[in-house]
Ligand binder design. Structure first.
Ligand code: ATP
Ligand code: MG
Length: 277
């Protein structure tokens, strides 16, 4: 058992960024599939993992002491939607919700950038998935110069303080960067041009962002280096293979929930004497 958990730690260590050592995106191969025998085995494991996730979600809800916040970031076509469907789809919808962060509305822009984020932090007992997040304020904001650079530079520390505050107040945070390669993005964008079931997803704006690939990679590298912390680690998930991406995210979420030592609440005093007539 100890050997297995060591193996698991080593596997996860290959992806997680917690602020120790320098982080280089170039060292992370988007097409890698470490730690699995085959696609079939990983898909089989995913089913087993999601069954366990469903069970643990029930305990999380019953106990009502912890909240779980999952942050998903990726380039366009990176697979945020697919990950949500495959990994979190099987959960009880009463205890899980998704917030998608789009271009801020005028009302949102009139507030500090963390306002809309804090509003959607999950209540205890539940899981919330952020489809994009406050990281856009150091990613797209940096690439497009949406705020003065010195203001953006201050945000990394502000985000770390915010996430630390949340974790100290019962929120477990897991951040995932679904790392696709530029060639894989090309394939996926082309599919959106030609396949009738995908054409609705085509957005010409994605091509303009693709031209800024290098700037985005630098912005991701900076955000992941500066905000990969022991209390809210980043995980850089190889995401060219969709099945591997789903497996890896699910496994990391499961292992995190298992590490939280969730327990059903103790029975109310005197319950053993109660009779149902
Ligand atoms: P899909 O897979 O459906 O394309 P998506 O997450 O790309 O999902 P879109 O509506 O296409 O959704 O894009 C949302 C856009 O909002 C992204 O281009 C993102 O960069 C932008 N956005 C999100 N947050 C901010 C922000 N704080 N400032 C500026 N732009 C933002
Ligand atoms: Mg999009």
């Amino acid at each position: 058992m100890a050997g297995k958990s060591k193996q698991s730690q080593a596997w996860r260590g290959g992806f997680s960024v917690t602020g120790k050592g320098t982080f280089r995106l170039a060292r992370h191969d988007p097409s890698a599939t470490p730690g699995v025998k085959s696609r079939k085995a990983a898909e089989h494991d995913l089913e087993r993992i999601t069954r366990k996730l469903v069970a643990l979600q029930g305990v999380l809800y019953a106990e009502g002491r912890h909240a779980v916040l999952i942050v998903l970031q990726a380039m366009d076509t990176g697979g945020k939607d697919g990950t949500i469907r495959h990994v979190f789809g099987p959960l009880n919808p009463q205890g899980v919700a998704v917030t998608g962060f789009k271009v801020p509305t005028p009302d949102e822009l009139a507030h500090d950038y963390l306002w809309r984020v804090h509003r959607d932090v999950p209540p205890k007992g539940t899981i919330r998935i952020f489809n994009r997040s406050h990281y856009e304020d150091v990613l797209v904001a940096r690439v497009h110069g949406l705020a003065p650079m010195r203001e953006i530079d201050r945000r990394y520390e502000q985000i770390n303080a915010f996430e630390r505050y949340l974790t100290q107040n019962g929120v477990t945070i897991l951040k995932f960067f679904l790392n696709i390669g530029k060639a894989e993005q090309k394939r996926r964008l082309e599919a959106r041009l030609t396949r009738s079931d995908k054409q609705w997803k085509f957005n010409p704006g994605d091509l303009a962002e693709r031209r800024r690939w290098g700037a985005y990679m630098r912005a991701y590298e900076k955000a992941i280096s500066a905000c990969g912390t022991p209390w809210a680690p980043w995980h850089v998930i190889p995401a060219d293979c969709k099945w591997y991406r789903n497996y890896a995210v699910a496994r990391i979420v499961l292992e995190t929930l298992q590490g939280m030592k969730l327990r059903y609440p103790a029975p109310k005093p005197g319950m053993e004497k109660v009779k149902v007539e």
